[in-house]
Design a protein around this ligand. Structure first.
Ligand code: FAD
Length: 451
């Protein structure tokens, strides 16, 4: 259920074990790279983190070369970006990781073409999943409704041995499970009320050219407004601003540019004065972290799995969801291929959730500290407070210290475990060395290697 990134990648993996895989998708897929209503977030920046790159390449060999050939910008961190966080500009040291910043629609189009080339996989487009078949012990398929027939259209049954929910953060699967007598998952939530607005611009001059590919001001508890500009595949930039509940960025075109003045430095403002807008401003407000605990004991049917945002949705500011959709598909592949253990529904669901644990710890851990955060999982314990103390020291050092910065980036981009922050050289710098000097103004050029 759901033919976006998580659904397509799950279908790709399951196809290795099934006679037939059917992807049920509410939208009709656009020809090429048009946007579609089922993925409204596609108009906002979508960076592909290193962990996601590795996973996508492993699932679809040659994918990164295709992405590059399609023009997706590959941005070195921190060398190619001007970045600010917690009162400090980052030194533009030699890149230790790269992100892809091309449009979400382009990335999804490339994945879709690769996955749907498999003859085992077919798609039912323009069709809503509206319920589950089966009972509390086993799911036996999905109930479908053709959208062209309107709300009153007849339902039809699609029988299946395995149903995977990849219908995104707004999934109705918990209600559908309840309707067949099964238990709904406990939901952990943390909502900071973060709201986005994004608009495409073509810059005429200024800092965002030549050696500077992108700009980003990260929000934090002391400075809750964020924003920046990231390059797209056609040479334009996607400009984003963000704020918290009660002070959301407006989506009116004029007010959009006024809001950028809240960032603590006028760099983006100045760039926008000479930039040409190529799109309206679009807003986005559903940014809560939501984790659905299907892995916990309960009366749950065999033959039903949740993945992607339907399983675990992250505050998008951390740029993790696509990477986790791919990393979860890799975990699914491993669980289904493991000959030592029977892949029971519960065991596989645990493996899928484990694939998103680090991303959850990052976004939930940071969002708990944001002013006004609400939800079932906002409270922290004594262990969290010790971790917070250490992490604050990591963040103070990361903009200026190459060793701490490298480790922190590798964790944030999901390419190293959190334990990388406790490796001896990192821990020494974090515990015993004061934060190194950082630039007093946005650095216009990268530092020389070794500088
Ligand atoms: C504003 C914003 C910015 C983001 N930025 C980033 C980023 O920088 N980097 C990153 O990695 N991730 C980012 N994400 C997260 C990313 O968009 C998702 O994690 C990723 O798309 C994987 O989602 P998914 O496939 O699980 O669900 P979605 O992409 O939401 O897709 C769900 C699919 O299910 C379909 N569907 C829904 N209900 C039904 C139904 N009943 N029947 C049939 N089909 C149905 C929808 O049409 C859609 O195709 C961002 C998210 C948001 C909201």
């Amino acid at each position: 259920m759901g033919g976006s990134l998580a659904g397509l990648l799950a279908a790709h993996v399951v196809a290795g074990h099934a006679d037939r895989v059917t992807v049920v998708e509410r939208d009709r897929f656009p020809d090429g790279t048009g946007s579609r209503p089922g993925v409204p977030q596609g108009r906002h920046p979508h960076v592909l983190l290193q962990g996601g790159q590795v996973a996508l390449e492993s699932l679809l060999p040659g994918f990164l070369a295709e992405l590059r050939a399609a023009g997706a910008p590959r941005v070195g961190m921190p060398s190619d970006m001007v970045m600010w966080q917690n009162g400090r500009w980052f030194r533009r040291l030699t890149a230790t990781t790269h992100i892809y910043t091309g449009s979400r629609v382009q990335l999804e189009d490339l994945v879709r073409r690769r996955v749907l080339a498999n003859p085992v996989i077919s798609v039912v487009e323009g069709t809503d999943a509206v319920g589950l078949l089966g009972d509390a012990s086993r799911v036996r398929g999905v109930l479908l409704r053709d959208r062209s027939g309107g709300a009153g259209a007849e339902h039809r049954a699609l029988e299946a041995d395995l149903v995977v929910d990849a219908s995104g953060s707004g999934t109705k699967a918990p209600q559908w499970l309840a309707a067949i007598g099964a238990e709904t998952p406990y939901e952990e939530t943390i909502d900071t009320g973060l709201a986005y607005a994004s608009r495409v611009y073509r810059g005429r001059k200024g800092v965002l050219d030549g050696e500077t590919l992108g700009y980003y001001v990260y929000p934090g508890p002391d400075q809750v407004h964020g924003g920046g500009a990231l390059p797209l595949e056609d040479g334009s930039h996607l400009v984003i601003v963000s704020g918290l509940r009660g002070d959301e960025p407006p989506t009116g075109d004029d007010e959009f540019e006024t809001y950028t003045k809240r960032l603590q430095h006028p760099l983006l403002d100045r760039w926008l004065e000479d930039a040409e807008p190529l799109s309206p401003a679009f807003g986005y407000r559903r940014t809560a972290n939501i984790r659905r605990r299907y892995d916990l004991p309960g009366r749950r049917p065999a033959g039903f799995l949740a993945t992607g945002d339907a399983l675990c949705t992250f505050n998008p500011i951390y740029g993790q969801g696509m990477a986790i959709a791919a990393m979860t598909a890799v975990a699914l592949r491993g669980a289904l291929a493991d000959r030592r253990r029977t892949p029971t529904t519960r065991r596989v669901q645990q493996v899928l959730l484990a694939a998103s644990r680090q991303a959850w710890d990052i976004s939930a851990g940071a969002d708990r500290k944001m002013p006004g955060a609400v939800g079932t999982a906002v409270a922290d314990g004594p262990a969290d407070r010790v971790a917070d103390w250490y992490l604050r020291r990591v963040m103070e050092r990361s903009p200026g210290d190459p060793v701490v910065g490298r480790a922190f980036r590798s964790v944030l981009t999901l390419s190293a475990p959190v334990t990388a922050l406790f490796a001896p050289p990192v821990a020494r710098a974090v515990l015993f060395t004061p934060p190194g000097p950082t630039p007093t103004e946005p650095p216009a050029t990268p530092e020389e290697p070794g500088g």
